[in-house]
Design a protein around this ligand. Structure first.
Ligand SMILES: [Fe+2]
Ligand SMILES: [Fe+2]
Length: 269
């Protein structure tokens, strides 16, 4: 089983640029082409939040059109830039998002590795959280199949990343989630977004990771006092290979070295 992860697409409609230089629609189109041309073709693509930049209906229409070009099923979860109602509406006919209730969480039972999508959004906040209702939902899901290898995907990482300007505020409910995951050895991998970088850590007795953005990265600010800066580092996706009960084995697949507009800007006139 091969899983592709695309995260933090920050898609804008109508050709608008993000930070006045990142063409999000062009970057997403390239990422879709990249995934469709991988050999072997991934079985599934997970889109781990900040799918749109402003959560507008027209952005979700563009997102849906782009994801519909994928040659395999795709599953979406929201990030802090998303709007639950507009996201739910755009993907309602896909049948996996819950039709009722506040939160966009669900399980995917199709493949040998069970997939659980979590909704960490707190509307109006940059930081995320898992409230008692969401944690109780996860407790029930993990209890259903305690022996089945499981991958959890969520937007906000539940662990500190060392990128100081992104570590505050921490995920609400992180301590409860850590205790829960420690009790459930079937959770082989946690996959997150939000930080726009490739990060991996041993956390709660499992492997937790953040996947890169195919659109723009955040600067690697490990020193105290570091501030956010979007950077034109490589645009990439993450791949997770689950084979003969080993893994998931994490890889980074580079879509392109630098966004074309940034390359253009670097060439002297
Ligand atoms: Fe993001
Ligand atoms: Fe985010």
């Amino acid at each position: 089983m091969l899983i592709a992860q695309i995260s933090d697409l920050h898609l804008r409609a109508g050709g608008a640029l993000t930070f006045e230089r990142f063409d999000t629609a062009d970057a997403l189109g390239r990422a879709i082409d990249h995934i469709n041309n991988l050999d072997p073709l991934p079985d599934v693509t997970l889109a781990t939040g900040d799918l749109t930049d402003d959560g507008r209906p027209e952005e979700y229409q563009a997102l849906r059109a782009a994801l519909d070009r994928l040659r395999m099923p795709a599953y979406v979860i929201p990030g802090n830039h998303d709007d639950r109602d507009n996201l739910r509406q755009a993907f309602a006919d896909r049948g996996y998002l819950p039709a009722d209730g506040e939160f966009l969480h669900y399980t995917v039972e199709t493949w040998p590795l069970r997939l659980i999508g979590l909704d960490t959004v707190i509307p109006g906040e940059i930081g995320g959280g898992l409230c008692s209702e969401r944690l109780a939902w996860l407790v029930a899901r993990l209890a259903e199949q305690p022996d089945r290898p499981t991958l959890i995907f969520m937007h906000h990482p539940p662990f500190p990343t060392g990128i100081r300007y992104m570590d505050a505020p921490p995920l609400e409910g992180a301590a409860e989630l850590e205790a829960l995951i420690r009790r459930h050895a079937q959770v082989r991998q946690i996959v997150c977004g939000h930080i726009h970088r490739t990060i991996a850590v041993n956390w709660a007795g499992t492997v937790a990771a953040v996947g890169p953005s195919p659109v723009f990265q955040m600067n690697l600010a490990l020193a105290p006092g570091g501030r956010f800066k979007p950077v034109a580092e490589v645009c990439a996706i993450a791949l997770y290979l689950w084979e003969n009960g080993i893994g998931p084995i994490a890889h980074t697949s580079i879509v392109r070295e630098q966004p074309a507009r940034a390359v253009k800007a670097a060439v002297p006139a």
